[in-house]
Design a protein around this ligand. Structure first.
Ligand code: GTP
Ligand code: MG
Length: 336
């Protein structure tokens, strides 16, 4: 299923039910007084945030939504039932804009529910119009229309930490290792085409598409990747030990290449202080299992530590290293 981050929909809250004209039936009295009930309220239209990033693609085929109509009033002064509310599930991070009124809602946490369109009031039945001067009113009112609107829904993916790195650095594997996400993993570049999110003890980790040289100019999946990086609070930059073979400077070279893309993107978009390169960054040296000599791993770690950032080494095949990183990551996120 393709990942979708913007849709347009049309929605209508329910129309109120009509009031009715009815009469009490009493023995020997033909018209025993007005007994027409009021119509029920039309259902309201809500949006509610869920932790499902791909849910927008569900609405690709169906773009019109309608809450339930209120029931008409009944005899014996029976009030019509209210129409059913409609709850449209949207991913956390959605920004909903009413294109007619310009009202905006931002869904920031799971379960957040916003009333977007109100259902119409039910109409009065004839009993409502009863008075001392009019004991047999014929009056009734129709239900009101519910509010209607056209909406744009944009997904502004935001995460506490974004996993950044070359294709195949092991980002998706790590996301799966840290959370219960089920991101696709593959030994070819650009396995991840769209971001995946995972829940890490209440923090959101975003696994982003791989980045290559030239990404800031649109190479690879550049723009898509960078657009979503903008909303992450911090970055975990993954560099695989597989790059070690590119000479002793291999891993650092790869790291710097990606830093350069972040900076270029910031410059191009005049992001300044809000830039990607300004975000707090931790460095993860991944796939330590491909290196036989423990000393090389330590040496690389020291080399990266000179950048003045927190550096971790890990392998998905070494549970202890993943556990250690999990504990540290939790502490880092908690402090933020
Ligand atoms: N040896 C080894 N292989 C790993 C490790 N972690 C991931 N891999 C393998 O590396 C390959 C790439 O892993 P992914 O998790 O798909 O990499 P990615 O960074 O998400 O790649 P893109 O989505 O293309 O950007 C897969 O074949 C994984 O099985 C590790 O710790 N050690
Ligand atoms: Mg991936």
């Amino acid at each position: 299923m393709a990942f979708i981050d913007e849709i347009k929909i049309h929605a209508e809250a329910g129309r109120g039910g009509d009031g009715v004209v009815r009469w009490r039936h009493e023995k020997f009295i033909e018209r025993g007084g007005p007994a027409g009930g009021d119509g029920g309220r039309g259902g309201d239209f809500y949006v509610i945030a869920v932790r499902d990033l791909n849910i927008l693609s569900k609405y690709k085929a169906k773009k019109e939504f309608e809450a339930g109509r209120g029931e008409d009033g009944g005899n014996k002064s029976l009030h019509g039932k209210n129409g059913e509310d409609f709850l449209l599930e949207l991913p956390i991070g959605s920004v909903v804009t009413n294109l007619i009124t310009d009202e905006r809602w931002q869904l920031l946490e799971a379960g957040q529910k916003e009333l977007v369109l109100k259902g119409g009031y039910g109409g009065f039945g004839n009993e409502h119009f009863k008075s001392s001067t009019n004991t047999t009113p014929q009056d009734w009112r129709p239900g009101q229309d519910g509010e209607k609107g056209d909406f744009r829904i944009e997904l502004e993916l935001f995460a506490d930490i974004g996993l950044v790195g070359l294709p195949s650095a092991g980002k998706s594997s790590l996301l799966n290792g840290l959370t219960n996400a089920d991101a696709k993993v593959g030994d070819y570049a650009f396995t991840t085409l769209d971001p995946n999110l995972g829940d890490f003890y209440g923090y959101v980790i975003a696994d982003l598409p791989g980045l290559i040289e030239g990404a800031s100019e649109g190479k690879g999946l550049g723009i898509k990747f960078l657009k979503h990086t903008k909303r992450t609070k911090m970055i975990a930059h993954l560099v695989s030990f597989e790059n070690l073979s590119k000479g002793t400077t291999g891993m650092m070279k790869v790291y710097k290449e990606i830093r350069k893309e972040l900076e270029k993107y910031d410059k191009k978009n005049n992001l300044g202080e809000d830039g990607l390169a300004q975000k707090e960054e931790i460095i993860l040296l991944t796939k330590t299992d491909v290196v036989e000599d423990e000393k090389i791993i330590e040496k690389k770690k020291k080399e990266f530590e000179k950048l003045g950032k927190k550096v971790f080494t890990l392998s998905l095949y070494d549970d202890a290293s993943v556990k250690k990183f999990k504990d540290e990551l939790f502490k880092i996120l908690k402090k933020k």
